[in-house]
Design a protein. Structure first.
Length: 221
């Protein structure tokens, strides 16, 4: 059995209800996986790469499409080092916003690349569509995360920043577990997350506009 077939067979066994709206279960499963990797890339990219690579190398999981490259030893070492670095950087308010700013140029294209790799055996058109989906989800997740953390980082006490970071760690772990075990429930949860993220981005944008809006001087008579 090839890698895509093994992966989709596993997903169909875990969630037989994934076959909706007349879509074949294999394509639907891969689409949810691509969307999930885009979302996770915007939140914890290096943890995602390391976990997928570890599952493929030591967990007996056959990764679909071009994701098999993540099992390479050097990719595992590099992603593991960056995972540990990001874990601690994310807990320091003065470093967190800088880290997020730099990773605007890394998480979004990485999310697109990982989503496209999921469809590596499905044709160029499907890969491009998956890349657009993964990149968009990575961008939305990253912007919501970075914007919220930038606001929280203005607090002088470190407790709220550390608590928020740990909450993001838990969200990533729970979301990835749900993606790999119950993809249909993950898809529903992702829709809810996107609605909340969109509302958060709008609120943050309005907040920034109020900060930089020029103040009117006292009226003169």
């Amino acid at each position: 059995m090839d890698a895509p077939s093994a992966w989709t067979a596993t997903l169909s066994e875990l969630s037989p209800l994934l076959d909706w709206s007349g879509l074949p279960v294999d394509l639907a499963s891969l689409a949810v996986l691509a969307a999930g990797l885009g979302w996770a890339s915007g939140l914890r990219l290096y943890a995602l790469v390391f976990v997928l690579g570890a599952l493929g190398r030591w967990g007996g999981v056959q990764l679909p499409g071009g994701l098999e490259v993540l099992t390479h030893g050097w990719i595992l070492v590099l992603s593991g080092v960056l995972l540990a670095t990001e874990f601690f950087a994310d807990k320091l308010p003065w470093l967190d916003s800088l880290w997020d700013g730099l990773h605007t140029f890394i998480r979004i294209p990485a999310g697109a690349a990982l989503a496209a790799a999921v469809m590596g055996d499905q044709g160029a058109g499907v890969q491009v569509a998956a890349a657009l989906l993964g990149g968009s989800l990575a961008a939305g997740t990253h912007l919501a995360k970075a914007g919220a953390r930038a606001a929280i980082n203005t607090s002088p006490e470190p407790v709220s920043n550390v608590a928020t970071s740990l909450g993001e760690d838990a969200m990533f772990a729970g979301g990835l577990w749900l993606l790999l075990t119950e993809p249909l429930w993950f898809a529903l949860a992702l829709v809810l997350f996107l609605l909340l993220a969109a509302a958060l981005i709008v609120l943050l944008w309005r907040f920034v506009k109020r900060i930089f809006r020029p103040r009117q001087g006292p009226a003169t008579t």
